[in-house]
Design a protein around this ligand. Structure first.
Ligand SMILES: [Zn+2]
Length: 291
């Protein structure tokens, strides 16, 4: 009887993997909306896959991440260099207390539509101009970068890569290169809240105020209210593509109010210090205006 049950489970798992494989083989989504929707849908589906996940080794994860990061090329201008340096500086400070021994690399994407940040396997962290535009303190940036570092630390990126490789029949032993879109949207709610907790902890250990995370969530709450609950009304000041990116982000992440509540409880429970927030040293808009 037990054997039959195991067999049934295996058949079910194989069926799910095959289904995912067929479904995502096509790929080729256009624009952030399609990409985010596909990734959010994938996230919902993979969180139901009951399989035991075989993780990539650190070495495999690093090679795969490096290759994917290379392929995600953006056009930088001279004017973007100060922000790129600044993002790297804050990122390095936050990642100083990371547990996995990767060399974390931080990339600035100078695109207003990218109201998002994401991590690739192996420790490549990307942050979009659209998200930095919502910030006014370095502490907010530290909380976002810390959150992304934790998606690597907790093997969320690694496991997604592994599940996707299985769905696409790519052998784990080979070099796994997957579409970036798969890593651009969120993970399941528990994983997101875990990244919030430990990401804020990393920022606090680096000397930042946890209020940075709180204020970031409050900025998201405002956007949720503006663009998600109000029937996604287009605003003249924000291009359509940015709105699509924002609403896609909220479809794939837990509600900001819940994320804020968790961090507020932790500030009290952990007795986290709350130093004065530091204003952003480089503004993404200043950089854009100088062009
Ligand atoms: Zn996340």
């Amino acid at each position: 009887m037990k054997r039959l049950l195991i067999l049934a489970l295996l058949v079910a798992v194989a069926g799910t993997v095959l289904y995912l494989g067929e479904r995502y083989k096509a790929g080729g989504h256009v624009g952030p909306e399609g990409a985010l929707n596909a990734a959010a849908e994938l996230q919902r589906e993979v969180s139901r896959v009951p399989a035991r996940i075989t993780r990539l080794s650190d070495q495999q994860e690093m090679l795969a991440g490096d290759r994917m990061a290379q392929q995600y090329s953006t056009t930088y201008s001279e004017a973007d260099a100060p922000m790129q340096e600044y993002v790297s500086e804050v990122g390095r400070r936050v990642a100083a207390h990371a547990r996995r021994k990767f060399t974390y690399k931080f990339h600035y994407i100078p695109e207003s539509y990218l109201v998002n940040a994401f991590a690739l396997p192996g420790g490549h962290i990307f942050i979009g101009k659209g998200l930095i535009d919502l910030m006014d303190s370095e502490d907010e940036m530290a909380s976002v970068l810390g959150h992304e570092v934790e998606h690597v630390e907790h093997y969320h990126c690694n496991e997604r890569a592994s599940i996707e490789a299985a769905a696409r029949h790519l052998p784990l032993g080979g070099l796994i290169v997957l579409p970036i879109e798969l890593f651009q949207a969120g993970y399941n709610k528990e994983q997101e809240l875990e990244a919030d907790r430990d990401g804020t902890q990393l920022a606090v250990m680096a000397g930042y105020s946890p209020q940075g995370a709180i204020r970031m969530f409050q900025a998201f709450e405002k956007l949720e209210h503006q663009y998600v609950t109000k029937d996604e009304t287009p605003d003249q000041e924000i291009p359509r593509v940015a709105i699509e990116s924002i609403t896609g982000y909220f479809r794939s992440h837990p509600l900001s109010a819940e994320r804020e509540r968790q961090i507020k409880l932790l500030i009290v429970a952990q007795k986290w210090p709350e130093p004065q927030e530091k204003p952003l040293k480089v503004s993404a808009n200043q950089v854009a205006e100088e062009k």
